[in-house]
Each structure stands twice: as C-alpha cells, then as structure tokens.
Design a protein. Structure first.
Length: 266
C-alpha cells in the first residue's frame, strides 16, 4: 500500500511505527512542517520524509491525516486539487466532521474518519472507523489497515466523539491506572522496575481473559474474590473511595470537553 501520513506528530509517528514494523507499506510518505524531529524514520527502505504535503499526496493512495484540528482546514485546502479517485482519505482528527471535510474536498471523495490510539505503534490499537456515503466503498481497505495494527470497529459518525474518549484518551486513563498500581506495589515492597512489571503484565492478563473468554468482568472478579478474603476487602475499599464513579465522571468530563473544543472551532 502506498500510504502518506500528513502531520507526523505523536499519533502520526505511532502509526508510522506500526505500519513499518508490520510491513504494511509499499511506500510511506511522512510529512511535517519541520522533518528534523522525525529523522528516526530516515534510512527505512521506501519511507520518505518531506515538508511537502502535495508531493506526498501525489505519490500515495491512502492519505492518513493526523494534524491538530485547527490545522486541518488549511491542509485540506492545499491538497484538495491533488485528490483523485485513486485516493482514500482517512482523517484521525478529533472533532472535525465528515460533512466539514466534504465541503473542503468534495463529497465524491472516499472519506473515512478513524479514531486509533498510540498503541498502534505496537500493533495493538483499538480503532473506531466511519465513512461518508462514498467511503463505504473503500471502508474495507481502512479496516484491513487498522486490523493489521490492532482491532477495529465500524461505528456511526455520531459515536466518534465517545470513541475518542474511550479509545484514544483511554490510553492515558489506563496508563494512570497502571501507574497507580505500580505505586502501590512499591509501597508493598517491590522495587520500581519489578512493580511496573507486575502492574503491566497483570493488566495485560486481565484484558486477555476478557478477550479470550468473552466474559463480563464481574464473572472474572467472582473467580478471584475469596469470601472474607483480601480481594473483596480491597475492591470494596476502592469503591468506597469512588473508583468506578471517578473513572466514569472523568470520561464524561473528557467527552464534554470535546463538545466545547468543537464549538471553539466554529
Ligand atoms: N495523540 C493521540 O493519542 C491521538 C490524537 N488524535 C488526533 O490526531 C491529531 C494529531 O494529534 P497528535 O499527533 O497528538 O498531535 P501533534 O501536534 O503531536 O502532531 C501533529 C503534527 O502535525 C504537524 N503539522 C501541522 N501542520 C502541518 C502541515 N501543514 N503539514 C504537515 N504537518 C503539519 C505538526 O508539526 C505536528 O507534528 C489530532 O487531531 C488529534 O486530535 C486522535 C487519536 C489519538
Ligand atoms: O487529548 C486530545 O484532545 C487528543 C484526542 C484524543 C487523544 N488526544
């Protein structure tokens, strides 16, 4: 696949790493206004670094847009004349709707919105995808890319904002949970490196149990909680202190913030 990533920042770099590691490219153009900070990609075969978005579009079929929301309009205006029927345009940009993209490049283009997360760098992104009417004809291409780099789900565009919080911001939320369990493990006597190892692999094990068995989390919790034991003592104390409630409220606050960001952009 001939892919261009327009705006190779935090997310763009993660996508580039995932694509390169998984041999998912024929050519890969990475653009940035100053390419110095993506020099780590120099030297890879068939990977080209450039400041020229138009050049990247001309040499690619799949265009992954990963600039900040405030930059997308200008980027789309610049590349619009170069977009042809060979291109599939995949925007990862938060809060920038498909109708708005259509007004800038045309509703006849294949337009996909994707919400991956930075775990795409290690082939473990949960990516939600939606498209415009024309894009439904190419959505399988987008799914094939994101399934190679993790797991994907097609959703209606109306759920994209929620997907941003759960999947994209979700990486940060899970990191805090892993950090907190690491801190507890240190207090309980493990050195910092061991503590993080215990926290990382235990969280990986918990997620894999659900993925493999398809169980509800409480079913797995029941298997761990010995009556009058230490697990239920800890769980109940966490809930008295508002663990679930705090996570839910945090995610709702994050969701509401996206609505405000969208209004600020109008
Ligand atoms: N960081 C994340 O985990 C996720 C970010 N997103 C979305 O992805 C987009 C990018 O986010 P980040 O990577 O975090 O931002 P970032 O600021 O790290 O990356 C954006 C990059 O675009 C470059 N850029 C700006 N104007 C450009 C232009 N005209 N041509 C080429 N490059 C240009 C900037 O130099 C920067 O490196 C945002 O819209 C964000 O909402 C979506 C999911 C996850
Ligand atoms: O924090 C943000 O606004 C962006 C969107 C999801 C991840 N980063």
């Amino acid at each position: 696949m001939k892919i261009a990533i327009i705006g190779t920042g935090n997310l763009g770099k993660s996508i580039a790493k995932g694509l390169i590691t998984n041999n998912a490219i024929t050519t890969l153009y990475l653009t940035k206004r100053n390419t110095d900070s993506i020099s780590e990609f120099e030297g890879y075969k068939n990977v080209f670094l450039t400041t020229d978005n138009v050049l990247a579009v001309q040499h690619s079929d799949i265009l992954i847009l990963a600039v900040q929301p405030s930059h997308l309009e200008k980027v789309l205006q610049d590349i619009a004349p170069m977009i042809t029927e060979k291109h599939v345009v995949i925007s990862t940009v938060t809060g920038f709707s498909i109708p708005k993209i259509e007004t800038l490049i045309g509703a006849e283009q294949f337009i996909i919105r994707a919400m991956p997360n930075t775990a795409i760098a290690v082939g473990k992104s949960m990516t939600c995808i939606c498209s415009n009417a024309q894009g439904t004809k190419r959505i399988k291409i987008a799914q094939a890319i994101f399934n190679r780099l993790g797991h994907s789900l097609i959703i209606p565009e109306s759920q994209m904002q929620a997907a941003t919080v759960v999947c994209a911001s979700g990486i940060a939320f899970w990191m805090r949970l892993i950090r907190a369990t690491t801190q507890a493990a240190i207090q309980l006597g493990f050195d910092a490196k061991e503590a993080q190892e215990l926290a990382m692999y235990t969280s990986e094990g918990a997620a894999n149990l659900l993925i493999a068995n398809g169980h509800h989390p409480e079913e797995e919790i029941d298997r761990v909680t010995t009556p009058k034991g230490c697990t239920i003592e800890g769980l109940n104390e966490m809930e008295h202190k508002g663990l679930s409630s705090s996570l839910i409220q945090g995610m709702i606050a994050s969701y509401n913030k996206i609505s405000n960001i969208k209004k600020e952009q109008l």
